[in-house]
Design a protein around this ligand. Structure first.
Ligand SMILES: [Zn+2]
Length: 382
């Protein structure tokens, strides 16, 4: 199914607007809008992939206080609908085939998840629960990432966003963990390399938790540059700055743990001054973003201080780098556990990916960026 809404008009400001002023951005009366003026939009077509099965995976059936609730996606969709879907082309996500899942996962892992769900579901580890409908949801979450990669590589769009559940970046080759069953972004990346003729991919993981599954899957590979910014000391505890990958993949993993309390001065600084210069030298043909929004100041699971405009700025920086190497960008929803925050951050990110709003340069922060650059500078010209 494909729908394209009518051209969008001026967007209403949010009922309770939040403005970023501390760094003195010079936009509308010194304030930065969360709902972008339409003249910033439409740099290229953006795909929005989703599927109703994302709403039927609910870990709260087995764990009543679980933060990964269907309301996360419902909040995003209500906000997007209220803004005319920002002009995106909507597509229903197909189910991934088991052959696609097995591009990065052991067949036994796929079978285990399928059979557990078919038996009514259960607990996989301390945080990860599945029900009868979770396998279908997971197939469509992986299928959305694959369909997006295919569409981007074929040139049907310059960017895309997959808003599906469950997330994927903690899922390893043979293990589900951290709310994740199958590693959606890794499956899409491997599909693009093996079947779509792509030779080099950047995966940028800005979820506040380290994308351990993605890192492990590609840690010995030189065709996937994996870069993660994450809060030091959080689940799953991996992602030390000294871990740069191994074997042929040495240097192709960039881990940036940031202290709790880090704000965009730190996050955007490491993105602008370490990760993106490395990515530019790598020259990816496709950029995938593991887009979690749990580094927002109001997320219940972490202690970073980003705002919706911070994610939009990160998207602008990525868009400018990708544009300079003519690479399309596909973002995949990972974490983010405050539905109100997701309703602000996802549209802001989509507008930035699809727009022409310039990225704003900031000075390197003196602590984190210089320390990370000292490690990454062994492999890339910074
Ligand atoms: Zn997360």
């Amino acid at each position: 199914m494909s729908r394209r809404p009518a051209a969008i008009g001026p967007q209403p400001l949010p009922e309770k607007p939040q403005w970023r002023t501390a760094r003195g951005w010079r936009t509308l009366q010194g304030r930065r809008p969360l709902v972008w003026p339409t003249f910033f939009l439409r740099a290229g077509c953006l795909l929005y992939l989703h599927h109703r099965s994302s709403l039927e995976h609910d870990p709260r059936v087995l764990s009543p206080d679980h933060p990964d609730a269907p309301e996360r996606v419902q909040a995003i969709e209500a906000a997007m609908r209220g803004q005319g879907w920002l002009g995106c082309e909507l597509r229903d996500a197909p189910a991934a085939t088991e052959r696609e899942l097995e591009l990065v996962h052991a067949a036994e892992h796929v079978t285990r998840i399928r059979e557990l769900c078919a038996a009514g579901g259960g607990q996989i580890d301390a945080d990860t629960f599945v029900g009868e409908t979770s396998y279908t949801a997971a197939l469509h979450a992986a299928g959305a990432a694959c369909a997006m990669a295919r569409a981007l590589v074929r040139g049907e769009a310059r960017s895309g966003f997959s808003v599906t559940r469950p997330a994927g970046h903690h899922a390893e080759h043979e293990r589900a963990m951290g709310f994740c069953m199958f590693n959606n972004v890794a499956i899409a990346a491997e599909l693009a390399i093996r079947e779509l003729g792509i030779e080099k991919i950047l995966i940028l993981d800005w979820d506040v938790h380290h994308g351990n599954g993605t890192a492990e899957i590609f840690r010995r590979r030189a065709d996937v540059l994996f870069a993660s910014i994450h809060q030091l000391g959080l689940f799953p505890g991996t992602g030390a700055v000294s871990d740069a990958g191994s074997g042929k993949g040495l240097g192709y993993t960039i881990n940036v743990p940031v202290p709790r309390g880090s704000d965009e001065e730190v996050w955007i600084s490491v993105l602008e001054h370490v990760i993106l210069p490395s990515a530019l030298e790598f020259r990816p043909q496709l950029v995938l973003i593991s887009a979690g929004f749990d580094a927002h100041r109001d997320d219940p699971l972490a202690d970073c201080q980003l705002e919706a405009s911070s994610f939009a700025q990160m998207a602008c920086h990525v868009r400018e780098m990708a544009s300079s190497v003519n690479a399309p960008i596909g973002a995949v929803l990972e974490g983010g556990y405050n539905p109100r925050v997701l309703a602000e951050c996802v549209p802001a990110t989509i507008a930035a990916l699809d727009g022409t709003m310039p990225a704003e340069s900031i000075a390197p922060d003196p602590l984190v960026t210089s320390r990370v650059a000292a490690h990454v500078g062994h492999y890339w010209t910074l």
